[in-house]
Design a protein around this ligand. Structure first.
Ligand code: SF4
Ligand code: SF4
Length: 80
């Protein structure tokens, strides 16, 4: 979803992409900024999902708490 573009890699790894939800796998990822984070093996150093479009169903179904921080109209547009 478009809201994900506004999320930095630290937020992603702490909330949704810290491990693969199907396999439980995680790796030490060196980010594009040179930091080491624990992340899903499918997360790129830039913080993009490398299997976007065919990511696990649990990722597609993730009920992100950030969605509830914005108003309903914006939420609808971000989910389109
Ligand atoms: S699902 Fe939520 S926490 Fe994860 S990248 Fe998207 S906006 Fe950020
Ligand atoms: S498969 Fe993609 S969306 Fe799912 S946890 Fe890994 S990086 Fe995040």
């Amino acid at each position: 979803m478009r809201l994900c573009i506004t999320c930095n890699i630290d937020e992603k790894t702490s909330m949704c992409c810290g491990s693969n939800p199907e396999t439980g796998e995680s790796i030490e990822l060196i980010t594009a900024e040179g930091n080491t984070v624990i992340a899903c093996p499918n997360l790129s150093p830039e913080g993009e999902c490398l299997v976007y479009g065919s990511q696990p169903q649990a990722c597609k179904d993730y009920d992100c708490p950030r969605l509830y921080e914005i108003d309903l109209v914006d939420r609808f547009n971000l989910l389109k």
